[in-house]
Design a protein around this ligand. Structure first.
Ligand code: FNR
Length: 381
């Protein structure tokens, strides 16, 4: 039983090889954005309301037209399935059982078809990277649609991958460049080697049809060459035309980009600095929330991520007008620590924390949390 996200993190640190833990835990360069994600959340405090008689708050919400038990969504984590023998299927099962959505990474270990068979695909979103070869992207969209997934999340904050110093120190550059040492460290855990090397060579199965998912030694230099660093608004317009489901743009921070996303006809955005892994020194999604809620003017569902570690953090975002919150590392740590059960524990920890926070604020449901808005909060930064 994992008591908290930090417990899950410590358990993951004990169990994972150093390079794999650091890959998940670390950020770009000085990790200033990573640290600021936490700092910006703790700089906003609550003013409680007493004697409200709210004993069992209702946390139910609708995010992107999908009912959830509470406003949390699991964020895409590339190669997340590597963290457990059970792969991504364990993650989506834990989320579905808790009644929340998961956004799968394009770079999942298991294929979208296998994952979508494990749960109701209405609870899945697919995160897409745009490839230079648009035929590949078009084909991926078709596969995602055929698997029953109706929400597409296009990540736009990764035209380059900046240095992640911990990875560089550990000699970890990409999954294709694992050394014998990295590989043997995975053998400590039964099943991992199997997961990586033998599952029909299906590492990153979403890329397999394009000759990029075959073996971990062969493919990932090809992948980074194939990702298109020149994508722009016209490409998003093209995606909007070919994708008939809901469209979400992930990696937005500037209110002007939120306006453009709404004008493009997207249904949602994710305010995110990619968990502090991209532009070092970037503001946090949470810091930019109020301005972007204004800019969206009710036209978009607004998700926010980066540094959310407590149920009370979710309450802060909801009070500032978010539609929901995404978490990346917390579920990844839970998965590494205890598989599906670990992910379930982490999700439950957030839900419990949100419930007790709402009781202490006297907010009987999410609408009340939103209406109370800034009255609940004090910015002490
Ligand atoms: C990510 N993130 C990410 N985002 C995305 O759109 N596609 C991806 O493949 C990945 N891969 C990825 C790997 C790892 C190891 C991490 C930690 C993160 C970013 C992720 O979706 C999310 O924005 C952040 O993780 C949110 O911050 P927290 O919750 O991890 O603090």
């Amino acid at each position: 039983m994992l008591i908290s996200v930090e417990d899950a993190r410590l358990a993951a640190r004990r169990t994972l090889p150093r390079w794999l833990f650091d890959y998940v835990d670390g950020g770009a360069y000085s990790e200033a954005s990573l640290k600021n994600n936490f700092a910006s959340l703790s700089a906003v405090r609550f003013i409680p309301a007493i004697l409200c008689g709210v004993s069992a708050p209702d946390t139910a919400v609708k995010i992107l037209e999908t009912h959830q038990t509470f406003p949390l969504v699991l964020a895409p984590v590339g190669m997340g399935g590597l963290l457990s023998v059970e792969g991504e299927v364990a993650v989506v099962r834990a989320a579905a059982a808790a009644g929340i959505q998961t956004c799968l990474s394009h770079f999942s270990i298991q294929s979208i078809e296998d994952i979508a068979r494990a749960v109701d695909p209405a609870l899945l979103m697919f995160q897409l990277y745009i490839f230079r070869d648009r035929a590949i992207t078009r084909d991926t969209l078709q596969r995602v649609w055929n698997a029953g997934v109706r929400t597409l999340v296009v990540t736009v904050d990764t035209p380059v991958t900046p240095m992640r110093e911990r990875d560089a120190r550990n000699g970890f550059r990409s999954i294709s460049k694992l050394s014998f040492r990295h590989f043997t460290q995975m053998m400590i855990r039964p099943g991992w080697t199997w997961n990586m090397a033998h599952k029909g060579g299906r590492l990153m199965a979403n890329l397999e049809p394009y000759g990029m998912g075959k073996t971990f030694f062969a493919q990932s230099a090809t992948i980074s060459r194939e990702l298109d660093p020149t994508i722009n608004w016209l490409d998003l317009k093209w995606i909007r035309e070919v994708w008939k489901g809901r469209l979400v743009i992930k990696g937005v921070l500037h209110p002007e980009d939120t306006r453009r996303s709404a004008e493009l006809g997207a249904e949602g955005i994710v305010l995110s600095n990619h968990g502090g892994r991209q532009l070092d020194g970037a503001v946090s999604g949470f810091e930019m929330l109020s301005e972007n809620v204004q800019a969206a003017n009710g036209r978009l569902d607004i998700l926010v991520d980066g540094g959310f570690r407590y149920g009370s953090d979710i309450a802060k975002a909801m009070a500032l007008g978010a539609s929901g919150v995404m978490i990346g590392r917390p579920w990844a740590f839970g998965l590494a620590a205890e598989g599906q059960k670990g992910v379930a524990d982490v999700i439950d920890y957030f839900h419990q924390g949100l419930r007790s926070t709402m009781t202490l604020l006297g907010a009987r449901d999410i609408a009340a949390l939103r209406e109370g808005g800034k009255d609940f909060l004090r910015d002490v930064s």
